[in-house]
Every structure is written in C-alpha cells, then in structure tokens.
Design a binder for this molecule. Structure first.
Ligand code: FAD
Length: 317
C-alpha cells in the first residue's frame, strides 16, 4: 500500500523535491498531496524581474503547470495555507479546514520579505500602505505593474524609491525603470519613515535629505517562514533545524528543505543549495540511497546577468 506524503509549500524547493522524488520512483511509493498558499503551479521566482521588465510573460515562467500535478497523480491544493502539523497523530491541518494524514511531511515554506522598522509603513489594520511593495511573488509583481501603469495612464512619470541594494533590489529597479518610472535605488542607507498621508509623497533616510516618490519597494532581505514549525513544536532557530538528511531535528517523518531550513547553522537564500538539498531528501525519503548526506553548500556567490545593471545603478564599481 502507498504511503501518504504531504508537501507544505509549492515553491521552487518544494516542487524540486517532488521532481527528485518522482525521478526515484516516488509515484509508486506515495500518494502525494501538496499545499501551496499561492494560487498557481510552481513558477521560476528568479524570473520575476524579467516579468516586471516586460521581457517575460507570466505563463513563460511557469515550471510546473497545474496539469503537471494531475499527470503525476499529485493532489494540489493551490491557494491553501497550512496552519499546523500534529506530529503525534501525524496530521496536517490546513486553513480551509482540510485535515490530511501523513507518513512523511516536507516543509518547504520558503521566506518572506523583511520589513525594516520605520514609520508610515502600515495602515491601521496592519496591511502595507497603498504604494508600498515587496518583491517576492507573482502577485507582488502584478501589483507593482498595475500601480506603475495607473500613474502612466494619468500622464505622470511616477517616481519610485527601491530600499535595499541586493540583487532583488537591482531587479526591481531595472524592471520599474523599464515600466517608465524614475527610479532611485538606495542601498545601505537606513530609511526612517514613509511620508505622506492620503498617498505616499516620499521617504525619509537617516543620513540624507528626504526623497520624493509616489511608490516604495522594499527589498531588505528575507526571513524564513517558520510559523508552521513553531506552532507544531518543531526545532526552530533562525530556520527549521534539519540534520544532514534534511530531517527536522529529533523528528520522525518530518523534513524541511529550501529557504525555510537551517542546516549546520546556515540558512540559504539562493537556488543552488536547494537543488542539492532536494536530491538528498529524495534519496532518503524514497530509500534510493539512505547513506546520502547533505554536507552544506558554499557561501552565496550568485552569478547573475544583472551585474551590468548593478553597475548602472552605481552599486558596484
Ligand atoms: C525576485 C527574485 C529574484 C531571485 N533571483 C535569484 C537568482 O538570480 N539566483 C538565485 O540563486 N536565487 C534567486 N532568487 C532566490 C530563489 O528564487 C529562492 O532561493 C527560491 O525560490 C527559494 O525556494 P523555496 O521553495 O525555499 O521558497 P519559495 O520559492 O518562496 O517557495 C515557498 C512557497 O511556500 C509557500 N508557503 C509559505 N508558507 C506556507 C504555508 N503555511 N502553507 C502553504 N504554503 C506556504 C509560499 O507562499 C511559497 O509559494 C530570487 C528570488 C526572488 C524573489
């Protein structure tokens, strides 16, 4: 009889782990259920900058479309968040009321954007103010494009300040410039407030004069999504603590992979380590190679076609 495998998180690591498991005959071993809180199949998050810049379409960055899940007999609950795991009765509890039993569960919940403390960031109800954006998901990308397009339809050349100069910041800046906006990219200069009452009028920085703008994009790093692990009583430090088999420390049948996982003290924020982790996890969970171990990955050296863009924004010489 097949065992139940549940994957929480349908992003790049979760889907890659599934592909690796299927490649090792996992389709004959497991009934697979996937929960992903984004309402799509798996897409290439690295190409969101190209979508923003109009160089790629949304459809063009899909890696695993909805039919792919059907073809592989995978039950996908797209747009459904998981709240918690009961590790004693071995059930996963989703926000829509579904309860699914598991023999093995893989947590692949990724990261969320870090929002540095500053005034004027949130509405009274706790959501981001209109005109303030993060850059992590397809929906973030759509929202930015819609907002930029709105200004243009009014005949204005909008001004945007991108806070955070790492790769994501450069990608957001490059994409928004291609959308016709005037872009200021601000790295290493602490923002203290978002200005304006009805609509955004600028950003205050600690060591520089205020900058006028009508849109702000925050790309100030990420924090692992560990909520499910915390409420389920799993080992969590910066990320979900895993051993060399990607098994959550001291747990039976629970694994974590991708940006939510912490291995030998490291939490990774780029793709190469996730591929290695997914292969080891699949070796283990399918029994293809139970001696397979993940030794860790070199510190992030992310090669990117965007280095010339970083130079154009004055971020690197
Ligand atoms: C704009 C951008 C550009 C990038 N460029 C590069 C690059 O050039 N090179 C590189 O190496 N890396 C790059 N990255 C990083 C790379 O995309 C990530 O390392 C990779 O996507 C991480 O995979 P993941 O599965 O851990 O997380 P994600 O891909 O974020 O997937 C996690 C998924 O889990 C979902 N989820 C979270 N909590 C729950 C829950 N409770 N229930 C159900 N679902 C949940 C999330 O919504 C998400 O869909 C880039 C990232 C971004 C955003």
């Amino acid at each position: 009889m097949k065992k139940q495998l549940v994957v929480i998180g349908n992003g790049m690591a979760g889907a890659r782990a599934l592909e690796e498991i299927l490649a090792r005959g996992g389709g004959d071993l497991f009934d697979i259920t996937v929960f992903g809180d984004e309402p799509y199949g798996n897409y290439n998050r690295m190409m969101l900058g190209q979508v923003l810049a109009g160089e790629a379409s949304e459809a063009g960055i899909i890696l695993n479309s909805l039919p792919w899940y059907q073809e592989n007999n995978i039950t996908l609950h797209a747009g459904v968040r998981v709240d918690r795991i009961d590790k004693f009765s071995r059930h996963v509890f989703a926000a829509d009321g579904r309860v699914v039993q598991y023999h093995h569960v893989i947590i692949a919940t990724g990261s969320r954007p870090y929002l540095p403390p500053m005034e004027g960031l949130f509405t009274p109800s706790g959501t981001l103010r209109r005109g303030v954006f993060t850059f992590r998901t397809m929906d973030d990308t759509r929202r930015m494009m819609q907002f930029a397009g709105l200004g243009q339809r009014r005949g204005q050349q909008g001004k945007v300040v991108v806070l955070g100069g790492e790769l994501r910041g450069v990608e957001a800046a490059r994409g928004l410039r291609a959308c016709g906006l005037e872009v200021h990219l601000h790295a290493g200069n602490r923002p203290t407030a978002i200005l304006g009452s009805d609509h955004i009028s600028g950003v205050s920085l600690r060591d520089q004069p205020d900058l006028d703008c009508d849109m702000v994009v925050i790309t100030a790093g990420n924090r692992p999504n560990v909520d499910v692990a915390v409420v389920s009583g799993l080992a969590v430090e910066r990320g979900i603590v895993v051993d060399d088999h990607l098994r959550v420390m001291d747990e039976d049948g629970i694994y974590a992979v991708g940006e939510c996982a912490q291995h030998r003290g490291e939490v990774y924020g780029h793709l190469a380590p996730l591929w290695d982790q997914a292969a080891v996890l699949a070796d283990h969970i399918t029994g293809a190679d139970r001696s397979s171990m993940y030794p860790g990955s070199p510190a992030a050296v992310v090669h990117s076609p965007l280095l010339p863009a970083s130079r154009a924004f004055g971020l690197i010489p």
